[in-house]
Design a protein around this ligand. Structure first.
Ligand code: BDR
Ligand code: CA
Length: 318
């Protein structure tokens, strides 16, 4: 398997059960170097997603990475959180009563700007929540563009949605921000539901997390057990899909995710389809194939990568 050298990354997230696994993967895998974390309102309000990011990083033993709170609402309109999926805290399930680091005294968008302009090499932005912070960064600070290697975001779908019939949560929450990112001209990878729905945290996977024998492994097991309950109740899924860590995995080992270049637009107006990603897989529109759209996933290799990272970040069994 071909792995890239450690790439500098910033994770912009809204933890969120699957965002938590994305942070753990970045914390535990040597293929990426986490420069900073910015948080955004999405799965829950900004205060909660920020606290959750700090809690997960503390559990993963990451204490030297700045975490800054970003936007507390979408660029346009009001915030609608996903408490039906992630609970009142945004990370319901495990007891996460751990001492946490201080949140950085800077806005999340400004943290991203500083980290990008100060980096020795171009930085990969991994976004696992609504694209509000990333959109604002590109709009307000276009000077960062040469310092961004690629934007890899979890969001959208080549098929149908999960928040509206055609809209996926991260894009529906802030369609205007997604539109800015998709029109930015930056190399962009879209990790949509069409792929993330293949990575299911089965009973065996949850048992494997628990079997690691570490506090972090136990927390991952409890997070996925809660997630399994909401996905069963809301969507009728037998097992919950873990969306967000696939965006991190695609940076660590691009061979895990098969992509095709295609034009992607966001529906900003539709009566029933606002926030839908319109992916032209067959080149029918004549628009530029500007986005690398994920269409395949090496599922077993993905789980091996994630499990190894949970083992590493969680330390030895005690
Ligand atoms: C996305 O929405 C959130 O609920 C998840 O954290 C993921 O980022 C999936 O649609
Ligand atoms: Ca998320």
């Amino acid at each position: 398997m071909r792995r890239s050298a450690a790439r500098p990354v910033i994770i912009d997230c809204d933890p969120g059960h699957d965002d938590a696994l994305a942070l753990v993967l970045a914390a535990g895998d040597p293929g990426v170097r986490l420069l900073g974390v910015s948080t955004v309102a999405g799965n829950q309000t900004l205060d909660k997603t920020t606290r959750n990011a700090l809690r997960i990083l503390a559990l993963a033993g990451v204490t030297d990475v700045p975490v800054a709170a970003g936007c507390d609402r979408p660029l346009v309109g009001e915030l609608t959180v996903a408490a039906d999926i992630h609970g009142a805290s945004g990370l319901d399930g495990p007891d996460l009563d751990v001492p946490v680091a201080e949140v950085a005294d800077v806005h999340g968008v400004e943290l991203m700007r500083r980290l990008i302009v100060g980096a020795a090499e171009p930085v990969t932005l991994i976004a696992t929540g609504p694209l509000t912070n990333v959109g604002l960064l590109l709009r307000r600070h276009p000077e960062v563009v040469p310092g961004v290697r690629r934007v890899v975001f979890m969001g959208g779908s080549t098929d149908r949605g999960n928040t509206t019939p055609y809209g996926e949560f991260n894009i529906v929450t802030d369609p205007e921000a997604a539109d800015i990112v998709l029109r930015s001209g930056l190399p962009t990878t879209m990790i949509g539901l069409n792929v993330t729905h293949r990575a299911l945290a089965t009973t065996e996977i949850i048992a494997e997390f628990r079997g690691l024998g570490t506090p972090l492994g136990a927390v991952c097991a409890e997070l996925m057990t809660y997630f399994a309950g909401t996905y069963r109740r809301v969507f009728g899924f037998a097992h919950p899909p873990v969306h967000d860590p696939i965006a991190v995995a695609a940076v660590i080992d691009p061979a895990l995710v098969r992509t095709v270049a295609a034009p992607v637009a966001v529906e900003l107006a539709g009566t029933y389809t606002r926030g839908a990603t319109v992916v032209d897989l067959h080149g029918r529109t004549g628009r530029e194939a500007a986005v690398d759209v994920a269409v395949g996933l090496e599922v077993d290799a993905f789980w091996r990568l994630l499990m190894a990272a949970v083992r590493t970040a969680g330390g030895a069994a005690r």
